[in-house]
Design a protein around this ligand. Sequence first.
Ligand code: SAM
Length: 249
Amino acid sequence: MNKSARRGHYGIDAPYAPFFMGIGLLACLALVVFAHIDSFLISATILPLILAFYLHTTLRGKFVAWHQLLASQRWRGDEHVLDLGCGRGAVLLMAAEHLPQGRATGIDIWSSKDQSGNAIDVTASNANAEGVADRIELKTGDMRELPFADASFDLVVSNVAIHNISARAGRDRAIAEAWRVLRPGGKLLIADIGKTRQYQQSLAALGVSSQRHSLGWRMWWGGPWMATVLLTANKAAAANESIEIVGSS
Ligand SMILES: C[S@@+](CC[C@H](N)C(=O)[O-])C[C@H]1O[C@@H](n2cnc3c(N)ncnc32)[C@H](O)[C@@H]1O
């Protein structure tokens, strides 16, 4: 997929991170050029690479990875999808493209520390730009306390959002909520940095088995030490349901 195919504007994730990388790079260059401390040459060489990986992931890599991930699901077209921490709609609006008769709901607290220019109006305007506004619902709310009934979504997704909850108990709560609102036969797709083993443990505590795998270099937030891992879990279909609603990846 070509990033230029997206018509919305999706900002930069955790904009303070590339900002500090840029400051670090300038400081290293200044130390080499003006103070002649050659040992900073190594950092001055590596930092642009780290910055380039970060910017590539936030501006293009995550779109390519999720485009492929969503395309690999089996869709009926009338599913209800929930995106936890949807931000400006990168994943939410791509999911909506698979839902000609369905609905994609995004919930967020719209933190501009976590994503530049994050605001419900911006996401709504991106939904218009992508031509999916008729199938989108946006809610302001905390993923630790979802304002939705049990078993109301066929697919629950989340991209680099749950780790923003600082306390483990809060992240456990978000995972339990994601599972609660998923209907039997539905699927959970959570991509995140750092904490996915914990999410797997939270699901295991609920009696749920899940799988983890890396989403590859396209979702390195600076390098392999900050890779994005995808956690997948399927909720068993109810006894009277004979078909799988959302297919395995
Ligand atoms: C790095 S951004 C990613 C946004 C979007 N998923 C994407 O891939 O573009 C993380 C998002 O999580 C949201 N967020 C953080 N804590 C949250 C919470 N407790 N409940 C709901 N959203 C939250 C932030 O406001 C932000 O939009």
